[in-house]
Design a binder for this molecule. Structure first.
Ligand code: PMP
Length: 400
């Protein structure tokens, strides 16, 4: 029956990890997959996660019975509060519906399915470039994908004019995906003033904003500051969708925890929207898993744990900024040809180095450095000790 099934190609980011694991070289570096590691290169699990896990035996969900289709109610309430702010009028007026999802990916996919059913315009605009899996997650439901200009390779910054022009010419009702903060893969975010201009244009052109929020708190170290882009759009009373991920911000990668929030204009609309989300979820996976969401709930509902978690987030974002500066300084010290200022201008977990595919191939072959072929490096996987080695390798790649 399956005789003719063709062999699918490997998925690049997984292939990079597999190649790294196989490499016996002691100096090897893994800067591919977006996982935050400690200074010692070990996987990082926030201390609060360990603490809460110890108490889960007494959790109300310890019986492991099915959750409601929309997940743990308290998880949903608290998730909405960290995205929109606990004093958000949209929450107070019950205009937001939030449902637990199978991580950020599941939230994006659920959002796409909802939009395909209920948004009259089936065009979705993605930034160019964007998180690679966006194309898979958002296209399957019958939505047509287009891109809008975002990154300017000449300045290695935002192509703001191009972005405005492309959104200005999008048809009414088109969905526009924005990275709420810490754009993956470029590390290039609009400024607050630019977000405000984007918001005005989106509302004027009656486009539909769909935020992907996978790095809240990892950019500036503050959940509130990193939530500003979304909160601007919520403050104006209009609609938007937010896909949230706890993978990076709580180190819960494999637990697959996230949420989808839809901000509506009235509480009654939000209630009806939630009823439809249930109908989409039911045939997909019926109801979400408990464990990861119970951990998140345990942290968010406890004042002390919440404080400890946000302090850990701040320390993580500080370390990202520190290695960014160390890499920049190391390249300057070596007199590596080119302007490397973009490394310290970019923000969040990634640096879009500007290295081309051939140079990346050189780094892998000669220096055992594994990274995305587009030149993106995950700073979360880079320790201070490894910076000189990486800088030597980049220097060799660009001067050979
Ligand atoms: N959106 C972006 C921008 C991401 O970088 C990622 C993960 N790399 C995701 C969504 C998916 O996150 P999750 O692992 O929670 O599915």
């Amino acid at each position: 029956m399956f005789f003719n099934v063709p062999l699918a190609p490997d998925i690049p980011i997984y292939a990079t990890t597999a190649a790294y694991k196989k490499d016996p070289n002691p100096n090897k570096l893994h800067l591919g997959v977006g996982v935050y590691r400690t200074e010692e290169g070990n996987s990082h699990m926030p201390n609060v996660v360990r603490q809460v896990e110890k108490t889960l035996a007494n959790d109300p969900y310890a019986d492991k019975e099915y959750l409601p289709i929309t997940g743990i109610p308290e998880f949903n309430r608290l998730s909405a509060e960290i995205i929109f702010g606990s004093d958000s009028p949209a929450i107070k007026e019950s205009r937001v519906t939030t449902v637990q999802c199978v991580a950020g990916s599941g939230a994006l996919s659920l959002g796409a399915k909802f939009l395909a059913k209920y948004n009259h315009q089936h065009v979705v605009y993605l930034p160019e470039p964007t998180y690679g899996n966006h194309f898979n997650l958002l296209s399957g439901s019958g939505l047509a994908l287009k891109t809008y200009r975002y990154y300017d390779p000449k300045t290695r910054g935002l192509d703001f004019q191009g972005l405005l022009e492309d959104l200005d010419s999008a048809s009414v009702g088109s969905v526009v995906v924005f990275h709420a903060c810490g754009h993956n893969p470029t590390g290039v975010d609009p400024t607050c003033q630019q977000w405000e201009q984007i918001r005005q244009l989106v509302r004027l052109r009656r486009l539909f904003p769909f935020f992907d929020c996978a790095y809240q708190g990892l950019v500036s170290g503050s959940l509130d500051a990193d939530g500003q882009s979304i909160r601007m759009f919520v403050r104006d009373g209009g609609e938007c969708i937010v896909a949230q991920s706890y993978s990076k911000i709580m180190g819960l990668y494999g637990e697959r925890v996230g949420s989808l929030s839809i901000v509506c204009k009235t509480a009654d609309t939000a209630r009806r929207v939630e009823s439809q989300l249930k109908l989409i979820i039911r045939p997909l996976y019926s109801n979400p898993p408990i464990h990861g969401a119970a951990i998140v709930t345990g942290i968010l509902k406890d004042r002390n744990l919440y404080k400890e978690w946000t302090a850990e987030l701040k320390a993580m974002s500080d370390r990202l900024v520190k290695v960014r500066h160390q890499l920049y300084n190391a390249l300057c010290e070596r007199g590596t040809p080119g302007d490397w200022n973009h490394i310290i201008r970019q923000v969040g977990m990634y640096s879009f180095t500007g290295l081309n595919e051939e140079q990346v191939g050189f780094l892998t072959k000669e220096y055992h450095i594994y990274m995305s072929s587009d030149g993106r490096i995950n700073l979360g996987g880079l320790s201070s000790n490894a910076v000189p080695y990486l800088a030597d390798a980049i220097h060799a790649a660009v001067t050979r």
